[in-house]
Design a protein around this ligand. Structure first.
Ligand SMILES: [Zn+2]
Length: 200
């Protein structure tokens, strides 16, 4: 059956979310409509203000607020000589949960994937090179990328690109199966992978 237009449009918005099919989108739309007006307004406001207030940190490209560097990049407690390279902000959060890593991060915002039309230019690789040139104190880059086909392709590309710049390149020592996801790996395994990292 067809829904009235505003409801059909709301369902369409939920369908844009990853992993949400037609049935789930309908369920979510009905759920939201069952809330009272104040709850609905808060929900809509949160979406808007998150999108208005959050930006990328100009150094590491993690989410930040307030226009400047993120809390990690501006913290005097972090070791500015080591950069941990991650594919997504979710992977960064997973590594932060280990409380083992005291350096800084750089978020690539994806992995090289020719099948999906993602090449090096779509990732934050150029800003990484600029960051290395600007911050000569950086001595090591840890490639903390998932051991998937895309992760391996990206690791290979970056190793070739970064090695001539004279910086030490290491990668996580994965004791996990190929294809495992960093964000879904438990803290202890991640901490061990960090500790046992080896040079590329
Ligand atoms: Zn930052």
């Amino acid at each position: 059956m067809d829904y009235v237009l505003p409801l059909a449009e709301l369902i369409e918005q939920f369908r844009k979310l990853p992993g949400i099919g037609a049935k789930s989108a309908q369920r979510l739309a009905f759920q939201v409509l069952s809330w009272d007006k104040a709850e609905i307004e808060k929900f809509a406001q949160c979406v808007l203000s998150a999108s208005n207030q959050i930006h990328y940190c100009p150094d590491c490209f993690n989410f930040s607020t307030g226009g400047g560097l993120c809390a990690t990049c501006s913290s005097p407690k972090r070791d500015k000589q080591i950069i941990c390279l991650v594919a997504t902000a979710r992977d960064l959060a997973a590594l932060e949960r280990t409380h083992e890593f005291k350096g800084l991060y750089h978020v690539l915002h994806g992995l090289i994937s020719p099948m999906d039309g993602v090449g090096p230019d779509q990732l934050k690789i150029k800003p990484l090179i600029n960051r290395l040139k600007e911050h000569t104190e950086i001595q090591e880059i840890i490639l903390a990328l998932s051991p998937s086909t895309e992760g391996e392709a990206t690791t290979l590309y970056l190793t070739r690109l970064l090695k001539p710049l004279g910086v030490k390149i290491t990668r996580l020592a994965f004791g996990l199966s190929v294809g495992a996801d960093i964000e879904q790996t438990d803290e202890l395994t991640l901490a061990k992978a960090l500790e046992g990292r080896r040079e590329c």
